[in-house]
Design a protein around this ligand. Structure first.
Ligand code: SAH
Length: 366
């Protein structure tokens, strides 16, 4: 197997380069390219061609290779399908927004959680990602942003052509981060130290692994926590999220409260809006009836939280339907009337398959 240079320490990299019969200073030049996310050696313009070719036969820059890169038609969203060294595939998404450049990273290849509406879990869990594999996803995004510098068709965050750094991270891609807590924490520490991304610009999203939330509390960094709630009552939640049989809503919210109070942060609640087709092909509301909106309001009353309403992204294999725009707004109006902060999540890059896990799944089917 080829040596992954970005995973080496400075001393190891120097040794690797000198073992190839090359001068030590080349290691520093290569390190500079690696820290910018260079996808391969061909881009390393200050390295002689012969060395680049030699490196290519024995080494690779990152522990991931870009298999597919899809650009949304508005230019704001770029989605990457990445292949790991054992041929597992993961996704990451770069979103250029008005507040900065945000990257959604995966924490596992596949997922074991079995949520009934989600594509990521359809093939089960393959394995946890390493710190390097998670970190390399933001390097891929960083390289994409920098290489956009020479391309004036690109849209830049805040309309600022110099704003070409990753500024926000959401751990909301494939996988359950709190089933891989140690590596997710290692990744966040590294992103903070090496890329200077502030704790408050990093969000971890969980389906509600209670001990994992307490691990985050112990760790003590003031990141943001998002809970994928998707139902206000246990009976309903258990029908769509098997994890609810283990950790009930009240326990999850209790842990989340402790986390947010400790850091004085606003809790994010994610709520997918699901419908089902009845026998006449009509969409009936599943978890987003007006009654559930009232129950959700009661559950969250008095909490410092923001509810993200996410109209379901269609997944062919899943037996749900997206509710109408009217139903979505009616649900939101009830929350607002009850004083709950909420917003409808803006759809990004629907034209490139924005449902989490969809890209990997489709690629496996090809
Ligand atoms: N396991 C973590 C993070 C990954 S999922 C968690 O559960 O939070 C990230 C978010 O996307 C979750 O809120 C998840 O429920 C939601 N999601 C999954 N499939 C979706 C789909 N088809 N449409 C819209 N949102 C979806």
């Amino acid at each position: 197997m080829k040596t992954v240079l970005s995973s080496l320490t400075d001393v190891e990299l120097q040794k690797f380069i000198m073992d190839l019969g090359e001068p030590k200073f080349r290691a520093a030049q290569i390190r500079d390219w690696l820290s910018r996310g260079a996808p391969d050696f061909s881009v390393m313009k200050n390295i002689p061609n012969t060395l680049r070719e030699k490196l290519d036969t024995v080494a690779q820059t990152l522990p991931v290779k870009i298999v597919k890169k899809l650009q949304s038609s508005d230019g704001e969203t770029t989605k990457f399908l990445l292949e790991l060294n054992d041929c597992e595939q993961i996704e990451c998404v770069l979103m250029r927004t008005t507040y900065g450049n945000s990257v959604c990273v995966s924490s596992q290849a596949g997922c074991a959680m079995g949520c009934k509406f989600c594509a990521s879990t359809l093939l089960g869990l393959k394995r946890n990602l390493t710190v390097d594999e998670i970190y390399s996803q933001i390097l891929v995004a960083q390289w994409e942003l920098r290489s956009a510098l020479s391309d004036d068709k690109q849209i830049h965050a805040n309309g600022d052509p110099n704003n070409n750094d990753v500024s926000h991270i959401v751990v909301m891609g494939t996988g359950e981060p709190l089933q891989n807590t140690e590596n997710v924490i290692g990744f966040i520490e590294r992103a903070n130290k090496d890329m200077n991304i502030g704790w408050r610009r990093i969000t971890v999203s969980t389906c509600g692994i209670v001990p994992g939330i307490y691990d985050l509390i112990k760790w003590g960094r003031p990141i943001n926590l998002a809970i994928s709630l998707h139902a206000p009552v246990d009976e309903l939640r258990s029908t769509i999220m098997p994890i609810n049989n283990k950790y009930k809503i009240a326990e999850v919210l209790q842990a989340a409260d402790e986390f947010t109070k400790l850091h004085n942060r606003q809790l994010m609640i994610e709520y997918i809006l699901l419908g089902k087709k009845d026998e006449n092909g009509e969409t009936v509301l599943y978890n987003c009836t007006p009654e559930y909106a009232e129950q959700l309001s009661k559950l969250l009353a008095g909490k410092n939280c923001m509810v993200n309403l996410i109209p379901w992204n269609a997944v062919d294999e899943r037996d749900f339907a997206s509710p109408s725009g009217n139903a979505v707004h009616r649900f939101q109006d009830i929350l607002i009337k009850n004083g709950i902060h909420c917003r409808i999540r803006r759809e990004r890059g629907t034209d490139i398959g924005s449902a989490c896990g969809q890209l990997r799944l489709n690629n496996k089917k090809d």
